[in-house]
Design a protein around this ligand. Structure first.
Ligand SMILES: Nc1ncnc2c1ncn2[C@@H]1O[C@H](COP(=O)(O)OP(=O)(O)OP(=O)(O)O)[C@@H](O)[C@H]1O
Ligand SMILES: [Mg+2]
Length: 366
């Protein structure tokens, strides 16, 4: 899968932009704050309809403008034009100029593996961050997963609200709570199955990749969930036991919203036992595993974005990433200095020099 071009209107610091990409290697260079990440962010928005940074979706609209537009042509088996229009009060998406009414019908068509400096904290970060990564990946594989997850979050919110009602009003009926608990369990079991299978699959690639990087073949991912190996009946009992506690705290203390996964190296949790370098290599192995899963499970080669990694990683670790970049994967790299980039990655690449919302294109020659 490749993105052939990108057109922006009032996106971040770009009033207007129209650029054509290299089918293989693209390097976006410029000083801090010039708009490098904004370009790869726009590619991401084209795929996911929202950014990987900022909580509010309309932050990408250029200051003092009413809408931002991102357009791009994606070449896969077929070639299609995608468009995302973001306004303060909502967004619109189009494929080949036809409106797509449901965002969920638009998602999961453009596949991206994004690797940025934030990801380097993944092992030390909160379970929430780790879940977010799995959710983004799984949503690209399965529209159904995304639907279950959205529905689960809605029911969870309702249940938490009702727990608060029950706390204030002891006369309120628990029947409604039990209906919500039932729904939560049914949806949770579905999500648990998706996550279990996905983490098991990705773990195999992680093991293989970590071996390629370090020669150690004992890194694996372990899925942790209240729902693992539980029947509906067993879960109902768990929720029953926790009910008073839930009401007291006004939140649901059991469920797949608390799921996590652990990196285990030689059976030790890498978060507690791993060195800085081991943790970074493990994350590289995971990120590159995402490509493997796409390639072999979905039959697509995703677009790879490496944002701002080159200032965070030493040469050896960068080379570890480059080992996995093959010529058939379209790659985007952002950097402040070309010198930080390995010669083999630079060779034949298109260079986009960014300064304050304008872009100048050239081809790297040595
Ligand atoms: N909504 C917006 N409207 C206008 N400008 C914006 C908007 N959001 C961000 N910017 C500007 O975009 C610039 C940041 O761009 P970006 O994050 O792409 O920089 P960068 O080149 O990746 O920098 P670094 O090397 O530090 O990562 C900032 O100068 C910021 O003021
Ligand atoms: Mg940046």
């Amino acid at each position: 899968m490749r993105i052939l071009n990108l057109k922006l209107l009032n996106f971040r610091n770009y009033a207007k932009l129209d650029i054509h990409f290299n089918p293989e290697k693209n390097i976006i260079i410029g000083q801090n704050g010039m708009g490098k990440t904004n370009i790869v962010e726009a590619i991401y928005v084209l795929a996911f309809t929202k950014s990987f940074r900022g909580s509010k979706e309309d932050v990408v609209i250029k200051n003092n403008c009413d809408l931002a537009r991102v357009e791009g042509t994606i070449q896969d088996k077929y070639t299609n034009d995608y468009k995302v229009i973001i306004k303060e009060n909502g967004k619109k998406v189009k494929i080949n100029n036809t409106n797509i009414d449901k965002i969920s019908d638009y998602l999961s068509k453009i596949n991206i593996v994004l690797f940025n400096s934030e990801d380097l904290k993944l092992i030390k970060d909160t379970p929430n961050t780790r879940r977010k990564l799995i959710n983004i990946e799984l949503s690209q594989f399965s529209n159904e997963y995304l639907k279950y997850l959205t529905y689960y979050n809605k029911v969870l919110k309702q249940r938490n609200m009702y727990l608060k009602t029950l706390y204030i009003n002891s006369m309120a009926s628990v029947d409604y709570l039990h209906i919500l608990t039932n729904q939560l369990i049914e949806l949770g079991l579905k999500i648990n199955t998706y996550r279990r299978d996905f983490i098991a699959q990705i773990s195999e690639y992680v093991t293989e990749n970590y071996f390629k990087i370090t020669g150690n073949s004992h890194l694996k991912l372990i899925y942790k969930s209240d729902f693992n190996d539980q029947s509906k009946e067993e879960l109902l009992k768990k929720y029953q036991k926790e009910e008073k506690h839930d009401i007291m705290l006004g939140k649901t203390n059991i469920g797949i919203h608390r799921d996590d996964y652990e990196f285990q190296l030689d059976d030790y949790n890498l978060r507690d036992y791993g060195s800085e370098g081991e943790q970074k290599n493990a994350i590289i192995a995971l990120k590159m595993a995402e490509i493997g899963v796409f390639r072999e499970q979905k039959g697509v080669i995703p677009i790879l974005i490496l944002d701002d990694l080159f200032s965070e990683l030493d040469e050896e670790k960068i080379n570890n990433i480059i080992k996995f970049i093959e010529s058939d994967i379209q790659t985007f790299v952002t950097t402040t200095e070309l010198d930080k980039i390995n010669e083999s990655l630079k060779k034949g690449s298109s260079i986009f020099k960014v300064s304050n919302g304008t872009v100048e294109e050239s081809v790297y020659e040595k």
